[in-house]
Design a protein around this ligand. Structure first.
Ligand code: NAD
Ligand code: IPM
Ligand code: MN
Length: 353
């Protein structure tokens, strides 16, 4: 079979981790006799510098005509004051591809238990949950701007707005995921203050009827942040809004050892998904061949499973990553001594002995 992948390498460590993932995908292709056609398209600061636009029309076309998209990272100090920042491209491509649900699994490998920021006795109870983050709505996309305030002068505003449809479709993804896992959703919101959170509670409760085998509990986001640290084994599927999901998923990275190992899948109504590690462009370590490639490699595994229905191939990658970690092949964020390319070589050798 032939599969087409659009990579968006982007900025900072993006090109380094995409190169690693690409080599891993090609190794899987050799093992199983698949042909992966992998083409990169410009995005982010790189696209600003070369095409004057962080998300060129050609890039949107390339992404839409591929089977799946694998993203590196965007952003960097250089473009922090650009009229259109690199980050706008990321929001733009998510919106263009209608990828409204972002799955961010946080699972600790036994070999990384002592890398967690948590005490051993808490880690021992297990850390294995998925944050389902709404990705194309909320305050990221709400009305915003500047206006005059008669008393205080100019003011800036952003709005959190959620429609019933936006809440329902991402909630159904969370329910379906919970049915494949431990049948437990925690809706994380701020319903003690926000009107939009009240609508989330109503819709999630209403459609629970369609998933009677799933237990739902609801938690305010401030408490949820604390419970993730004190009692992470409580969580199976966390369902939450765009901004809360962004924040809580970085927190979950500290629980599992490093942000470098956390993958994600952004999904919509078709098999065309976008896959990306949850970390950013890490400008502080870019170009040094020390970035952890595991988050992007595991994102590639999610891509094979969810967009191409290649479960065995995905499992091979996941097993190879864990085996490499078990053998101590880790980058410095995990306390290891190996480079990005050495860790990648090791993973490839475990896939294709
Ligand atoms: P960041 O995730 O890039 O980095 C935070 C810290 O984690 C840094 O110390 C970095 O060195 C470390 N880190 C991140 N990924 C790592 C990896 N794979 N291996 C080892 N260490 C890693 O977050 P930031 O510093 O807040 O943001 C930097 C830039 O990235 C900003 O421009 C931001 O907007 C952008 N960003 C992009 C994405 C994305 O493209 N998906 C996500 C988050 C942030
Ligand atoms: C992420 C990132 C992005 C987000 C930024 C870079 C726009 O932090 O994917 O987690 O907030 O969605
Ligand atoms: Mn983030």
């Amino acid at each position: 079979m032939t599969y087409s992948i659009c990579t968006l390498s982007g900025d900072g460590i993006g090109p380094e981790v995409i190169e690693s993932a690409k080599r891993v995908i090609e190794a899987v292709g050799r093992k199983y006799g698949h042909e992966f056609i992998i083409k990169d398209a410009p995005i982010g600061g790189f696209a600003i510098d070369n095409f004057g636009d962080p998300l060129p029309e050609e890039t949107i076309k390339a992404a839409k005509s591929s089977g799946a998209v694998l993203l590196g990272a965007v952003g960097g100090y250089k473009w922090d004051n650009a009229p259109k920042r690199p980050e706008a491209a990321l929001l733009g491509i998510r919106k263009e591809l209608k990828l409204y649900a972002n799955l961010r699994p946080a699972k600790i490998y036994p070999a990384l238990k002592n890398r967690s920021v948590l005490k051993n006795e808490i880690v021992e109870n297990g850390i294995d949950f998925v944050t389902v983050r709404e990705l194309t709505g909320g305050i990221y996309f709400g009305e915003r701007g500047f206006r005059d305030n008669k008393t205080f002068g100019r003011e800036a505003y952003d709005t959190e707005c959620y429609s019933e449809l936006e809440i329902e479709r991402v909630s159904r993804i969370a329910y379906e995921l919970a049915q494949k896992r431990n049948h437990h959703i925690t809706l994380v919101d701020k319903a003690n203050v926000l009107t939009s959170s009240k609508l989330w509670r109503k819709i999630v409760t209403d459609i629970n009827e369609d998933y009677p085998d799933v237990i739902v509990d609801m938690m305010y986001v401030d408490n949820a942040a604390m419970q993730m640290v004190l009692n992470p084994s409580h969580f199976d599927v966390i369902l939450t809004s765009n901004m809360f999901g962004d924040i809580l998923s970085d927190l979950s990275a500290a629980l599992v050892g490093s942000i470098g190992v956390m993958p994600s899948a952004s999904l919509g109504d078709t098999t065309l998904g976008m896959y990306e590690a949850i970390h950013g462009s890490a400008p502080d370590i870019a170009g040094l061949n020390i970035a952890d490639p595991v988050g992007t490699i595991l994102s590639a595994a999610m891509m094979l499973r969810l967009s191409f229905d290649l479960s065995d191939e995905a499992a091979d990658i996941e097993k190879a990553v864990e085996a490499a970690i078990n053998e101590g092949y880790m980058t410095q964020d995990l306390g290891g001594i190996y480079s990005t390319s050495q860790v990648t070589d090791k993973i490839i050798s475990l896939i294709n002995p």
